[in-house]
Design a protein around this ligand. Structure first.
Ligand code: TYM
Length: 334
């Protein structure tokens, strides 16, 4: 069986980008009888960007309810909270000790903050950079490697991290023998990086998201807020670099996309396009939204699912960690 694994950081309400980039392909993959899915709430990752405990706590509930509402089969999938699997943190240290600092210097998340500091003529290029942010790809590698995942469904922004996990795994295998599978990213073709309301990548950190399960009215309002150019109705429009178009593409069939392309050429009004986009997204998520709202009223049920998931996860991670400890020489003397 091929192991599929992915996680979402618990720093906010899941948004359309998380859905098309990771959750939707992961749910699809979980239905394959030959797949062994591991999906988790990356709550230790949350501390890298967020020091609001209440936000981290509530986000865990929202993200868990999202997975369940979208039909994750927890019988087949192992669904857990990262912090319930302490072996991940232990493995993080082992991996830290084989990871070159130079590799981490190249990580986008870290480099992005350095670049921002430099752009604002900050005298300290490392301002605001914690060791958590700097070594974030190592924690992510541990998430993946502890379950020897073969495939990792993620959005394009995470590809570099999967490549780093491969590098780190190879290094460990080279030094201590073959313990880890080298993971591969799975990227959904028609869902590139979804843009947010302002046209930048949709991201919790930019405050430009469309939450997945906002009430219908709010969804309509948010879609109406998506930035467009000021071309009038009747004037031909270019689908390239158009948030409305690329978002539509993530939800529609090929034929529907071809039709809309034609309508762009014929000068569709932005208001009309927003209406079409709203209908498309809304019809896909409405059934799950209802389940989500019900699940949010049942936190104990959700916690129960996570507890069961943790037991399943640790039945694998605990013996594997012992094997790894032994491989590096951490074991009882006799
Ligand atoms: P996070 O929480 O930022 O995002 C979760 C998933 O959603 C995808 N995503 C997007 N996809 C398309 N368009 C967007 N605008 C968009 N925004 C987010 C992300 O690519 C991701 O797949 N470090 C990870 C979480 C993580 C993880 C892991 C993932 C921790 N450990 C192990 C896979 C395997 C993160 O911060 O994702």
């Amino acid at each position: 069986k091929s192991t599929i694994l992915t996680g979402i950081t618990t720093t906010g309400t899941p948004h359309l980008g998380n859905y098309v980039g990771a959750i939707r392909p992961a749910i699809k993959a979980s239905k394959d009888a030959n797949a062994s899915p591991f999906y988790f709430l990356a709550d230790y990752h949350a501390l890298i960007k967020c020091s609001e405990p209440e936000k981290v706590r509530h986000s865990s509930l929202e993200i868990a309810a999202t997975w369940l509402a979208l039909g994750l089969d927890t019988k087949n999938a192992t669904f857990y909270r990262q912090s319930d699997v302490p072996e991940i943190m232990e493995l993080t240290w082992m991996l830290s000790c084989v990871t070159a600092k130079g590799l981490m210097n190249r990580a986008h998340a870290y480099k992005g903050v350095v670049a921002e500091n430099e752009a604002t003529e900050n005298t300290d290029p490392d301002k605001g950079i914690t060791m958590g942010l700097f070594s974030y790809p190592i924690l992510m590698a541990a998430d993946i490697l502890i379950f020897n995942a073969h495939k990792v469904p993620v959005g394009k922004d995470q590809i570099q991290h999967i490549e780093m996990a491969r590098d780190i795994a190879s290094r460990f295998n080279h030094i201590y023998g073959e313990h880890f599978v080298l993971p591969e990213a799975i990227i959904d073709d028609n869902a590139s990086i979804l843009s947010g309301l302002d046209g930048r990548k949709m991201s919790k950190s930019y405050n430009n998201t469309i939450p997945l399960f906002v009430p219908e009215k709010k969804l309509k309002k948010l879609i109406n807020k998506i930035k467009t150019n000021s071309l009038e109705p009747g004037v031909a429009k270019d689908p390239t670099d158009c948030t409305l178009f690329s978002t539509y593409q993530a939800f529609a069939s090929e034929q529907e996309v071809t039709d809309i392309r034609q309508q762009y050429a014929e000068g569709i009004a932005w208001g009309e396009m927003k209406k079409i986009l709203f209908e498309k997204i809304n019809s896909e998520i409405t059934p799950a939204r209802e389940r989500y709202e019900a699940l949010m009223q049942e936190p104990a049920h959700i916690e129960q699912q996570l507890q069961e998931g943790a037991v399943k996860a640790r039945a694998i991670s605990a013996p594997f960690l012992l094997e790894l400890r032994k491989a590096v020489g951490i074991q009882k003397i006799v």
